[in-house]
Design a protein. Structure first.
Length: 159
């Protein structure tokens, strides 16, 4: 599921000065309201309250929601996000560096997977796992020889 993170900051509709209702805020991101309630329950989001106790979300809250969604998209767990939000500057940077390293490794693995998919798509063999070009790509990604029994494989598929 792809979530749009474009933030519309036009706060002129329904209660501009007092912020948005939970439904309006969740709707801006295509989220069900229970998600924002859950994030509140785990300490990620603290909406303002009306005298009657209703949640109100302002621009700062919308930016926080967008940041949480982007962090989740990057593979952060809610506990990780809360820890980063609550940490002091030096601790936050250390946590972010650690998560950045992990994300960079996941991106590299995903790029390798994409290269394998591209090699399989380019292959015209009935069984792409027998294709010399696919095997060569796989071996290069694994850091091993192109093939144990077939040295010098070509990168072009000639089915």
């Amino acid at each position: 599921m792809l979530i749009s993170l474009r933030l519309n900051v036009d706060m002129t509709s329904s209660g501009c000065a007092s912020g948005m209702s939970i439904g309006e805020a969740a709707g801006r991101f295509g989220l069900p309201t229970h998600v924002l309630r859950h994030w509140e329950s785990v300490g990620l989001l603290v909406p303002d309250r009306t005298p009657a106790g209703r949640r109100r979300y302002g621009l700062d809250h919308l930016h926080r929601i967008a940041a949480i969604l982007r962090a989740k998209e990057a593979g952060f767990r809610l506990d990780d996000i809360r820890e980063i939000i609550e940490a002091d500057g030096a601790t936050r940077r250390d946590l972010m560096r650690r998560h950045r390293t992990d994300l960079a490794q996941r991106i590299a693995r995903s790029q390798g997977s994409l290269r394998l998919i591209d090699a399989a798509l380019a292959c015209e063999h009935d069984d792409f796992t027998r294709c010399p070009a696919f095997r060569s790509t796989f071996a290069a990604l694994a850091g091993g020889p192109a093939s144990v029994s077939e040295p010098g494989l070509h990168h072009a598929c000639t089915a």
